[in-house]
Design a protein around this ligand. Structure first.
Ligand code: XMP
Length: 527
């Protein structure tokens, strides 16, 4: 199950990626139609595409101009496979250009909102929709002359060919982006394509995913045993539940306590997975070892390096013990919670065919000679799908909807040296933040909400006493994917309550600040 994702046995749409920032959004929209979608390189040979059992193909947008010397080009035979093809933006221009139409640089870039006027109401893509539709454009080139056999289906303010169709061959092109939220009825257009044009069935559900994947895991693993590094985060937790459902006792999870966890975290993971779900759990308390290595270290990069190295060492030792386990044979497979966005081959913007393949190591740098076979049961899934699978397998909301927590833990939230005492201060402050966010119903509405301990002491007053204590910063941000973020405009009353409780209840803190920086230019973690 490691290399390419196992094919899904159901309706499937292939998305050829020409480097659009929206390619993954298209894939997710199709999956929201309960139809499996898979992103493939733009230059995948037509014969290979034909062998993948898809019912239709979508050509993504892309930043290039079809006339640019390095413009990414698909195999021209994709238009003769007999499969429906929908070209979006650059995809439309490619299709038109390839099939004999004329594409020219537009006088001005059409960017932002626009209106679509549907003229051929019998076109399958617009069934059930109104004649006038709000759309979102983002393109420079535009189509001047239709290729043979095509007709104009809809026009926009500055293009008579905003949507085109070759009815006999079931080829469609649209200048705008149906996949983005700014095209309010884009979802229905895509639904019409996958259901009405391609004839897809709604068989991609998390229930069918669980069933198929469990069968595959059983088939791959046979009577062997599997190790999984469980961090308590969403991905590894869901992977654990899925593997446990598939192979039960053949799975052993390793949980490493690096001493940098939040209050009660180690206990909660053991209780949930061990006591509640009866998953075999090897608990390794390495906290002392981590803290010894971190003593005196203040440089953030060095902290990260130490923690990363230590983790690999501790995990490796635990894994080697399990691998060599004398009782009934050792462990042969190592499972990881790798997700789909980590394995998609991205197209570089210049159209350079040397594609950029993202590699992802959840465990990070385990030596090759450990000779585990890799198992990645979530590699077909987007994050929201992982959450759905987790819920279906019975994981509680606190796990499935939990906020991201960095691997190096509280160490990236303690600026300066990490000591037992500073960890205690941060843990207590963090617990207050989490509890207040939860009880005010804000916790699940934000991307992350946490406390940071600064290496700054300042003067305060408590009773009649002058104090000289630590400062805590609150970092509460909203974000889609962690790449960009903005600070949350939290109600003053809530901020006041959190600040008041931290100053009153956490010994060693006399000042709380609210971080009002966005990312960029700041980052989410302070480090
Ligand atoms: P920054 O601080 O770079 O963080 O804006 C972006 C997102 O990534 C998370 N983060 C990490 N997650 N291991 C992780 O698993 C890490 O080392 C790590 N560092 C940052 C951070 O919490 C935020 O959600």
């Amino acid at each position: 199950m490691s290399a390419p994702a196992e094919p899904f046995h159901g309706s499937k749409i292939l998305i050829l990626d020409f480097g659009s920032q929206y390619t993954q959004v298209i894939a997710r929209r199709v999956r929201e139609c309960q139809v499996y979608s898979q992103i493939v390189r733009y230059d995948t040979p037509a014969a290979e595409l034909a062998g993948m059992g898809a019912r239709g193909i979508i050509l993504s947008g892309g930043p290039a101009s079809v006339y640019a010397p390095n413009a990414p080009q698909p195999d021209p035979a994709i238009f003769d496979l007999g499969l429906p093809v929908l070209g979006i933006c650059y995809g439309l221009q490619l299709m038109a250009h390839r099939l004999g139409g004329k594409v020219e640089a537009g006088e001005r870039r059409e960017y932002g909102p626009g209106t679509l006027q549907v003229e051929a109401a019998d076109c399958a893509l617009f069934q059930g929709l109104t004649e006038k539709l709000d759309i979102w454009n983002s393109h420079g080139d535009k189509l001047r002359q239709l290729p043979e056999g095509f007709r104009a289906v809809a026009r926009s303010e500055n293009s008579p060919y905003a949507v085109i169709e070759h009815p006999a061959k079931r080829l469609f092109g649209m200048q705008f982006h149906p996949e983005v939220a700014h095209t309010p009825r884009g979802r229905e257009i895509l639904q019409n394509f996958v259901y009405k044009v391609c004839g897809c069935a709604t068989d991609w559900t998390m229930g069918s995913f669980i069933e198929q994947t469990c069968a595959e895991i059983r088939h791959t693993v046979g009577a062997e045993k599997v190790i999984l590094g469980l961090s308590g985060g969403v991905d590894s937790s869901v992977a654990a539940m899925l593997l446990h459902q598939a192979i039960g006792e053949q799975l052993t999870c390793i949980f490493v306590n690096n001493g940098l966890l939040r209050e009660n975290e180690a206990e909660a993971v053991q209780k949930l997975f061990g006591d509640n779900f009866h998953i075999k759990l090897k608990y390794v308390d390495a906290s002392e070892r981590f803290l010894e290595k971190l003593a005196g270290v203040t440089d953030p990069e060095q902290k990260r390096k130490i923690i990363g190295n230590e983790f690999v060492r501790v995990f490796e030792r635990a894994a080697v013990e399990l691998k060599a386990d004398g009782h009934g044979g050792g462990h042969r497979f190592l499972a990881q919670g790798t997700l789909y966005p980590d394995v998609i081959e991205s197209v570089s913007i210049s159209g350079n065919p040397a594609a950029l393949i993202k590699s992802h190591h959840n465990v990070g740098g385990l030596p090759d000679d450990m000779e585990f076979e890799l198992l990645e049961p979530l590699r077909q899934l987007f994050k929201d799908e992982v959450r759905q699978v987790g819920s279906q397998l019975g994981l509680p909301k606190e796990v499935v909807q939990r906020q991201p927590f960095p691997g190096p833990g509280l160490a990236v939230r303690i600026l300066g040296e990490v000591t037992e005492e500073r960890l205690r201060i941060l843990r207590e402050a963090d617990t207050i933040v989490v509890n207040e966010m939860k009880s005010s119903d804000w916790y699940y509405r934000v991307w992350q909400s946490f406390a940071v301990l600064l290496p700054v002491r300042s003067v305060g007053v408590m009773g009649d006493e002058r104090t000289y204590e630590n400062t805590v910063a609150l970092r509460i941000v909203e974000s889609q994917d962690g790449m960009t973020a903005d600070w949350v405009r939290l109600p003053y009353e809530l901020l006041a309550r959190i600040s008041g409780r931290i100053c009153n209840e956490v010994k060693g803190v006399n000042r709380v600040c609210y971080d009002i920086s966005s990312k960029p230019p700041s980052t989410i973690e302070w480090e």
